[in-house]
Design a protein around this ligand. Structure first.
Ligand SMILES: C[S@@+](CC[C@H](N)C(=O)[O-])C[C@H]1O[C@@H](n2cnc3c(N)ncnc32)[C@H](O)[C@@H]1O
Length: 248
C-alpha cells in the first residue's frame, strides 16, 4: 500500500473504532452523538495507532489533530466547492508529492550558480533537470549558456505550465510534461535532480543503466544510498545546500 493510502487507512480505522462504540452507546440512550467529544476521541485513537505503528512525530501530530480540525472547519459552513477547488489546485501543483513523495520546493539562485561551475564547457552540451519545477535551475543556466541545450521534465500540470511560460523566451530551454522515469538519459552530459530521499535508489539504477560514460549526475541535498559520491560541493547558501556529484 502506498504511504498516503496507509495513512488514510489508519485515520479510517480510528474513525470506525470510535464510531462503532459511540454510535450504539448514544443510540441506546436515545441521545445525539456529542460530535465535539467524538472527534477528539477519533484524534486520540488515530494518534495512538500512529504511535503504535511507529510513524514519525509529525504524522502522529497530524493524525491527532485531523478529525478535530475537520470538525471545526465543518462548523464554519463553507461551501464544499471551495474545498474541492483547493484539493484540485493542490493536486495540480503537488502531484509529485502524492505519486512519488517528492513535493515542490525550488532550488535557489546560489545553487544554479554552483551547478554552473560543474557544467561542461564544450558547445552543444546537454543538461537535464529531473522534476524541473518552475525551471528555477534551468532558466538562469539556459540564459548564461545559449550554446547548450537544457531539458526539464515535470509531472505536476500547473507547475509545468508555469515553468513553460517562464521559459518561453529561452529557445535552448525545453520543459516537458511527463514522468522523469520515462525520460531517456543517454544524451545528457549533466543530469540534475532535487527530489527527496525516497526515489534515490531507483533513480540511481536508471542513471547507471542510461547515462553515458563521463557524464555527471548531480543530486541536490539527497545522496544516493550506499554509493560514494565522486565529489560533494557545498553551495554556501543559508540552507546549507550540498550537491552530491556522481561521475559515470
Ligand atoms: C523539489 S522540486 C525541484 C524543482 C526544481 N528541480 C528545482 O530545483 O527548483 C521536485 C519537483 O519534481 C517533480 N516531480 C516529482 N515526481 C516527479 C516525476 N515522477 N516526474 C516528473 N517530475 C516529478 C515535483 O512535482 C516537483 O516539482
Amino acid at each position: 500500500m502506498s504511504p498516503p493510502l496507509r495513512q488514510l487507512a489508519l485515520q479510517f480505522a480510528a474513525l470506525i473504532a470510535v464510531l462503532s462504540l459511540a454510535w450504539p452507546y448514544y443510540g441506546m440512550r436515545g441521545e445525539p452523538l456529542p460530535w465535539g467529544g467524538v472527534v477528539i476521541a477519533i484524534g486520540a485513537v488515530a494518534a495512538l495507532l500512529a504511535t503504535l505503528s511507529r510513524q514519525p512525530w509529525w504524522w502522529r501530530l497530524m493524525h491527532g489533530i485531523f478529525a478535530p480540525l475537520a470538525w471545526l472547519v465543518a462548523q464554519l459552513d463553507i461551501d464544499p466547492g471551495w474545498f474541492l477547488a483547493a484539493a484540485i489546485l493542490l493536486l495540480l501543483v503537488y502531484r509529485g508529492a502524492l505519486s512519488g513523495q517528492v513535493p515542490l520546493y525550488l532550488s535557489n539562485r546560489q545553487t544554479a550558480d554552483t551547478l554552473d561551475q560543474l557544467l561542461p564547457s564544450h558547445e552543444g552540451a546537454c543538461i537535464a533537470d529531473l522534476g524541473a519545477g518552475l525551471g528555477s535551475v534551468l532558466r538562469p543556466l539556459a540564459l548564461a549558456h545559449p550554446d547548450a541545450k537544457f531539458v526539464g521534465i515535470e509531472n505536476a500540470p500547473l507547475t509545468w505550465l508555469g515553468g513553460r511560460f517562464l521559459s518561453l523566451a529561452l529557445p535552448n530551454c525545453e520543459l516537458r510534461w511527463g514522468s522523469l522515469w520515462q525520460m531517456p538519459l543517454q544524451d545528457f552530459d549533466v543530469v540534475y535532480a532535487f527530489l527527496s530521499p525516497v526515489p534515490m535508489a531507483d533513480l540511481w539504477r536508471k542513471v547507471e543503466a542510461e547515462m553515458k560514460p563521463g557524464s555527471l549526475f548531480v543530486s541536490n541535498s539527497f545522496p544516493v544510498p550506499g554509493i560514494e559520491p565522486t565529489e560533494v560541493v557545498e553551495v554556501g547558501d543559508g540552507r546549507g545546500t550540498r550537491l552530491y556529484c556522481y561521475r559515470r
